[in-house]
Ligand binder design. Structure first.
Ligand SMILES: [Zn+2]
Length: 260
């Protein structure tokens, strides 16, 4: 397996029980396998068990992961604001040194607005946690644009809108606290994103383990991917190595205050 030739932090990975196919489950060891073989330095990890099973079950998985592998896998607290008891996970996550919050309004079924997410953004502000969110397709009740009132109300909360949607570009351009990630984004769109935003607003993410070789069969086969392959796709679009290094490493290091 080709190792990546630039330092890489993957800001968007998951363990746990994934939605869609019962039995598709990934463990911290699967991410460590990818990191060792393909050369990722650090991964920020939330558990999809939070949406398929329950908020606290997901948090428990990430707490156990951080206790064992916290030097390589960083915890992200997946919050489902429907769960009236979600706030009881916050102190546990903070004490374990989690790096941020993950939300997924599509999988957790809620429209994005201040009523739904004020309390989550308030916790992010209090703990200085960036929020990584699944921005859904443009024009839906969970799309990037729906975050604008929250972005304005919480200018000190870093918000990363995943999947580099078109609606996210003007937001990341206008607001200092807004960033995008390139999880599952076509390389041509990344090229346009770099042109529109510059490299400082864009972070590398992948949704690993989906599609990656984890050394054993998985319940749902997906088109195969690798870090080296993803980087190669970006290089083909003419994205220079200095830009790649900022996207793949330095921005995440800075936003999540990771040691070099
Ligand atoms: Zn994801």
């Amino acid at each position: 397996m080709t190792q990546v030739d630039i330092p890489l932090i993957d800001c968007h990975t998951h363990i746990g029980r994934l939605p869609g196919v019962v039995g598709e489950v990934f463990y911290p060891q699967d991410l460590l396998y990818i990191a060792a073989r393909e050369g990722a330095r650090f991964m920020l990890v939330s558990s999809a068990t939070a949406t398929t099973v329950g908020q606290h079950a997901g948090t428990d998985e990430v707490l156990a992961m951080v206790a064992r592998y916290g030097d390589r896998l960083g915890g992200m607290l997946w919050i489902n604001p429907h769960d009236p008891t979600w706030e009881s996970d916050v102190d546990r996550a903070a004490q374990a040194g989690f790096y941020g919050i993950k939300i997924h309004p599509t999988l957790d079924h809620y429209a994005v607005d201040r009523d739904a997410l004020d309390a989550v953004f308030a916790v992010a502000r209090e703990h200085r946690w960036p929020i990584l969110t699944h921005a859904d397709n443009d024009g839906t009740p969970m799309s990037a644009l729906k975050y604008e009132p929250l972005i304005q109300a919480y200018p000190d909360v870093v918000l990363i809108l995943a999947h580099l949607r078109l609606e996210a570009i003007p937001l990341a351009k206008r607001y200092e606290n807004v960033f995008v990630d390139i999880t599952y984004v076509d390389p041509m769109r990344v090229e346009l994103g770099v042109d529109a935003l510059g490299p400082s607003k864009i972070l590398f993410g992948s949704d690993a383990c989906e599609g990656f070789d984890v050394g054993h069969p998985v319940a749902r086969a997906r088109p195969p991917r690798s870090y080296a392959g993803l980087l190669e796709g970006l290089r083909v679009r003419g994205i220079a190595d200095a830009v790649l290094e900022q996207i793949c490493y330095r921005n995440a290091q800075q936003l999540f205050q990771l040691a070099p």
